[in-house]
Write a protein that binds this ligand. Structure first.
Ligand code: ADP
Ligand code: MG
Length: 262
């Protein structure tokens, strides 16, 4: 069996009395897509923030590419190849589409403000390389025609695609997508699903939070179901759809629970 690219064991994080993530174990094999589903408040975003480093865990361990990473700062994890698109992420206003994507490359290379302020030759070379990378990422997500236009003028669906482009600009080994399709219209969702599918075909390892179980089933190799901070089921999309615990907690019985999906 291949060693997982990412492995979390006993991952735990509370906010006051709320056990947002409560002893979560999961593993993602290299090149695979893991869907993470669960009702609102199940702990999905908290789990992603623990992996990307925005939040320190109270307990448990995270191993990535053979290293323990749960005490590393977010930028250190970014340099190891973890990129995240946050839930509800917005583009930076007053910046072009390419400039938005460049922020992702800076996150991964650590090329920072000090070097920029000093205008070192090495810095200028890096900037050119990063700009080239950003253009490539922007093309990759279908926004070549928008490259030099203000990002805030993009329709919402394309703003999401740009967020994915920004993350891709860091050439991630693991891409964390937290509800990238929420709020999008059907055609926009469809384009995003196609993009995720293409990335998957190229071998990018992906973790995807999505409310729409049907959508997850189309792109995910495996699915982990969270409820109240715990993993209540794990398996192929097909196994998940018919899992009694999932049907009770998440999929049914009626439209009374927030986050329920057909
Ligand atoms: P999901 O993404 O599945 O909707 P979250 O991870 O956002 O769930 O939230 C899980 C639980 O943790 C919820 O009860 C939420 O209110 C709580 N929570 C999340 N982030 C914070 C925070 N920064 N401060 C306090 N409570 C939080
Ligand atoms: Mg969330």
């Amino acid at each position: 069996m291949t060693e997982p690219l990412l492995r979390a064991t006993g991952l735990t994080r509370a906010f006051g009395g709320v056990h947002a993530v409560d002893g979560v174990d999961l593993a993602v094999a290299p090149g695979r897509t893991l869907g993470v589903i669960g009702p609102n408040g199940a702990g999905k975003s908290t789990l992603f923030h623990l992996i990307s480093g925005q939040l320190p865990p109270d307990g448990g361990e995270i191993h990535f590419a053979g290293r323990r990473i749960d005490r590393l700062a977010p930028h250190a994890r970014a340099r190891l190849g973890i990129a995240i698109v946050f839930q509800g992420a917005r583009v930076f206003h007053g910046m072009s589409v390419v400039e938005n994507a460049m922020v992702g490359a800076h996150a991964a290379t650590g090329a920072g403000f000090a070097a920029a302020a000093l205008r070192l030759p090495r810095h200028r070379r890096e900037e050119r390389a990063i700009a080239e990378r950003a253009r490539e990422a922007v093309r990759r997500v279908g926004l070549a025609g928008w490259a030099d236009r203000p990002a805030e003028l993009l329709p919402l669906g394309q703003q999401r695609a740009l967020q994915v482009g920004r993350a891709l600009c860091s050439r991630p080994r693991l891409l964390l997508l937290d509800e990238p399709a929420s709020g999008l219209r059907a055609a926009e969702r469809e384009r995003l699903v196609e993009l995720i599918d293409e990335l998957r075909a190229e071998g990018v390892t992906i973790m995807l939070v999505e409310h729409d179980v049907g959508l997850v089933g189309r792109v995910a190799d495996r699915v982990t179901v969270l409820d109240l901070g715990r993993v209540i089921a794990e398996g192929t999309p097909e196994e998940i759809r018919t899992d009694p615990a999932v049907v009770t907690a998440y999929l049914g019985p009626g439209p009374t629970r927030e986050g329920a999906a057909p």
